[in-house]
Design a protein around this ligand. Structure first.
Ligand code: GLU
Length: 467
């Protein structure tokens, strides 16, 4: 009986200093596919650029992955640490005649490249067929001997892709300083890590063609390639910083929950009927390469917020409270944490309804936390005329003896008071809101007073009456 091969996917970021939102989506697809199939999801850090591959830059990637909940299997592999293995494979390609030493100087290469360009083909080195005695004072690169037939790639997203042989140059595998190049290192690493499926951005599609040639020359089975269109901006153009080309930590700081971002990113370039909202288990269950879209998707913050709101509502109150408290730390003009915490805890149900992100929750929670006495914002001070304050003082008397401190009962009491005063509700509501919230966003007044509690509500009224 034939054994079913385990599916192994990978994410192979270069340490750029943060986990870019596009990379995060790529990682997520690879993660979901591995989890869906009971396979493994591996992580390789492409740290061959030594200048950029600082510990901080690598940790930024690992931290981003962890925050987003994309746990990888086994240790993260360092590409740089595998350079000897890369050189060994290059030697084997030279031995088998698939690669050769090229002694051209950079100036010669430049000239050859111009000639090739003028003839509408890619560079071929004069050293590819042996070509003379190597000069002993010259350094060499090792180049792949590009084949003579078309290169084809059966891509799981792009379909059959074909390149004419002349489009691929004699690719450098080993630089003059003895360092392996990207395409060579990626093929060797993916092979040695047992990678069966490579899902990545379609900016690597041509590399897919180059890498396919290397797999064939090495006699290794090609993995399945799935090149996904990059994320575009809302204008359909390349995603700019302004439109969200940021690291995942920027999204964390904007107040998205990891599960909200996971759900949103999964749907950005992958679809499953019309379903927008997914639990993690549903994502894993539903994910398939077939659902990967061929057309580029556009980043849409409204939709991201909508999806995040769904996950905010499902999130555990205690967890949200901790996240909110952490965000509030260091804010000026708010009550101390031991006062804030129980107030926020009691308000969490209403805050969740009203906040699509944690950042919105901070805004929505502010009225509860204002340190009294505070000065109402200018925009609402106009509601605190002498006449309005008179009315507030009569309302204070009424509320002081009001027993049922629930949103509904308080709402009824406020309505009753407006009727007794012979004024519309606004005449009560607006000054009361100014006194209670100082103009900060808040729900209806019955709920505001209920959430603040009787003592704090009356104290805030007193602050205004005494001011
Ligand atoms: N290190 C490459 C990048 O960050 C990805 C290589 C790959 O996925 O094959 O773009």
């Amino acid at each position: 009986m034939q054994q079913k091969t385990e599916i192994i996917t990978r994410f192979a970021p270069s340490p750029t200093g943060f986990l870019h939102i596009g990379g995060a989506r790529t990682a997520l697809f690879n993660y979901l596919f591995a989890r869906k199939t009971g396979g493994r999801f591996k992580l390789r850090i492409e740290d061959t650029d030594r200048e950029r591959s600082t510990t901080e830059a690598v940790n930024a990637i690992l931290g981003g992955m962890r925050w987003l909940g994309l746990e990888w299997d086994g240790d993260a592999v360092s590409q740089h640490a595998r350079a000897d293995r890369h050189r060994e494979v290059v030697d084997s390609l030279v031995a088998s005649g698939h690669a050769f030493r090229c002694y051209c100087t950079p100036e010669e290469v430049e000239k050859l490249r111009e000639e090739a360009f003028a003839e509408g083909r890619a560079l071929r080195s004069p050293w590819r067929d042996g070509g003379g005695t190597p000069p002993d004072d010259r350094r060499f690169t090792v180049r792949f001997r590009a084949g003579d037939s078309d290169v084809t790639l059966n891509d799981a997203v792009q379909g059959d892709v074909r390149w004419a042989a002349k489009e691929f140059d004699d690719l450098i595998l080993l630089r003059a300083d003895g360092n392996p190049t990207y395409n060579l290192a990626v093929v060797v690493d993916d092979h040695d890590m047992g990678v069966t499926h490579i899902i990545r951005g379609d900016d690597h599609l041509v590399n897919g063609g180059r890498q396919a040639q290397l797999y064939d020359a090495l006699g290794w089975d090609r993995p399945v390639f799935a090149h996904i269109p990059l994320i575009h901006g809302p204008d359909g153009k390349k995603l700019s910083k302004r439109h969200g080309a940021l690291g995942v930590e920027a999204y964390r700081d904007m107040g998205y929950l990891p599960e909200g971002l996971r759900n949103y990113l999964a749907r950005l370039g992958w679809s499953h009927g019309d379903q927008e909202l997914f639990s993690d288990a549903e994502l894993i269950e539903a994910f398939s390469l077939d659902g990967l879209n061929k057309a580029p998707s556009r980043l849409d913050f409204d939709k991201m917020a909508f999806v995040n709101h769904h996950h905010m509502k499902l999130a555990d109150d205690a967890r949200l409270l901790d996240l909110l408290m952490a965000r509030l730390a260091g804010h000026d003009g708010i009550v101390p944490a031991d006062t804030a915490r129980p107030r926020l805890q009691a308000a969490m149900g209403s805050l969740k309804e009203r906040s699509k992100t944690l950042a919105e929750m901070e805004t929505q929670a502010y009225f509860l936390l204002r340190h009294r006495p505070f000065t109402p914002d200018e925009a609402v001070s106009k509601h605190l005329s002498a006449e309005a304050l008179d009315r507030l003082s009569r309302l204070r008397e009424r509320l002081a003896t009001h027993n049922d401190w629930t949103p509904e009962a308080i709402g009824e009491a406020l309505k009753g008071f407006a009727e007794a005063e012979g004024v519309g509700f606004g005449k009560i509501g607006q000054p009361l809101r100014a006194a209670m919230t100082g103009g900060a966003p808040a729900p209806d007044m019955g709920l505001v007073l209920a959430l603040l509690g009787r003592e704090e509500s009356l104290a805030r009224l007193d602050d205004r009456l005494r001011a």
